[in-house]
Design a binder for this molecule. Structure first.
Ligand SMILES: C[S@@+](CC[C@H](N)C(=O)[O-])C[C@H]1O[C@@H](n2cnc3c(N)ncnc32)[C@H](O)[C@@H]1O
Ligand code: SF4
Length: 377
């Protein structure tokens, strides 16, 4: 059992905060999609079992035409065995979601939409350089629901600069009113090589401090909990039964195949690989049969550290049995000593064989994980 992630590296506009791999030039789109289909074929022997999840991420998958999407899905069907209950997620930008587009997605077999709304405040959207308005975002969700999508996720960003006077509480309320099944919400980060980074470096405005971001995060958690959303990961909230199967498999060390430029793959054990984050080099690699990826083999302590980090961030927790199997006696003893300190502070709970950070402390999950990290011997 494994998942397939496909990276579609094109966007109509560059958002001011985004450093994911994408290009606003579509010149090589046809060639690149041919290479995605080629990569799907040449890697069809790598992972065994059924494909449980397919995730189109980006960039902006909703720039694909119906023919382009169907050609990728057909290539997957031709080369892999697909589970009957496969989850097929498609990341979309609201401006692409016309009635025609949504019908095409439904007909093609997409059964989960992940829509990047970010904010319901038009001045914030304009500042981010998003191509949609708040009304367009609300209207496309309504349309998607009428067309029959029953598993919709939206993305929201909090922690935007204070000069924007964004009313975060009102944005959370609007998100809840949409009756979607899943909400992902991320703290705005200032990534290098973005216009946000450039503006802050020049002193045009400041990023909000940690206290402001934590307050907004707590508001999010409290309001979503009141409306029946379970926080099953630091940034992810869902109604019961609507957790993202694809992302949950990342957090529980299930294998995945990453196809397309910048996509990462994991064999479910100790090998990670990542494709080059450059459209031209990716195409050259596949056309000329030269390497277009790098690979690393994780040492056992590194595997343990990944399990700790991902497990503490989510409801799935950290399996002590798994950690023990990866460490020697000294390392496991040191790890347990640290765990005890956090248990005393009520920041870690143990449920049978699992370590967990509960929802109220989850903002600290990354910090706790780093404190528990195993060092090389
Ligand atoms: C890379 S985008 C791809 C999906 C789609 N193109 C979109 O914009 O919605 C996935 C999500 O990452 C989040 N994101 C990207 N860069 C971020 C940043 N610097 N800080 C916080 N969230 C970010 C946004 O919420 C976005 O919806
Ligand atoms: S947030 Fe989405 S639309 Fe904006 S640049 Fe990043 S990938 Fe493209």
């Amino acid at each position: 059992m494994f998942g397939i992630y496909l990276h579609i590296p094109f966007c109509e506009k560059a958002c001011n905060y985004c450093d994911f791999h994408f290009s606003t030039s579509f010149k090589v789109k046809n060639q690149l999609l041919d290479c995605i289909n080629k990569e799907l074929e040449i890697r069809n022997h790598e992972l065994l079992g059924d494909v449980k999840t397919i995730y189109f991420g980006g960039g902006t998958p909703s720039v694909l035409s119906k023919n382009e999407l169907v050609s990728i899905l057909n290539q997957i069907k031709k080369n892999y065995s697909i589970a009957n209950d496969v989850e097929i997620t498609f990341e979309c930008n609201p401006e692409d979601l016309s009635e025609k587009k949504l019908n095409e997605l439904k007909e093609s077999g997409v059964n989960r939409l992940s829509i990047g709304i970010q904010s319901f405040d038009n001045s914030v959207l304009k500042w981010m350089n998003r191509a949609h308005t708040a009304n367009k975002a609300i209207a496309c969700i309504d349309l998607a629901q009428k067309i029959g999508f029953k598993n919709i996720s939206i993305d929201l960003i909090y922690g935007v600069p204070l000069f924007l006077n964004r009313n975060w509480k009102s944005d959370i309320e609007k998100a809840i009113q949409l009756n979607v099944q899943h909400i992902s919400s991320y703290n705005l980060t200032k990534e290098k090589h973005t216009s946000l980074h450039n503006d802050v470096s020049k002193g045009k405005y400041l990023m909000p401090n940690q206290e402001v971001c934590s307050d907004q995060y707590q508001q999010l958690i409290e309001n979503l909990a009141k409306s029946g959303f379970n926080q099953y990961e630091v940034s992810n909230f869902s109604l019961k039964g609507f957790e993202s199967k694809h992302n949950s498999s990342y957090w529980s060390s299930i294998a995945y195949l990453g196809i397309g430029p910048s996509a990462h793959s994991y064999d479910g054990e100790n090998i990670r690989r990542w494709n080059v984050s450059n459209n031209k080099k990716y195409i050259e690699g596949l056309v000329d049969n030269v390497d277009y990826f790098e690979r690393e083999t994780l040492a056992k302590f590194e595997m343990a550290n990944e399990i700790i980090l991902l497990g503490l961030r989510s409801d799935l927790g950290v399996s002590l049995k798994k950690i023990k199997s990866l460490l020697n006696d000294n390392q496991y003893q040191d790890f347990n000593k640290q765990v005890d300190l956090f248990k005393k502070k009520d920041l870690i709970k143990q449920n049978k064989n699992k370590l967990l950070v509960d929802s109220k402390s989850r903002i600290l999950a990354d910090y706790i994980a780093r404190e528990l990290f195993i060092l090389p011997e």
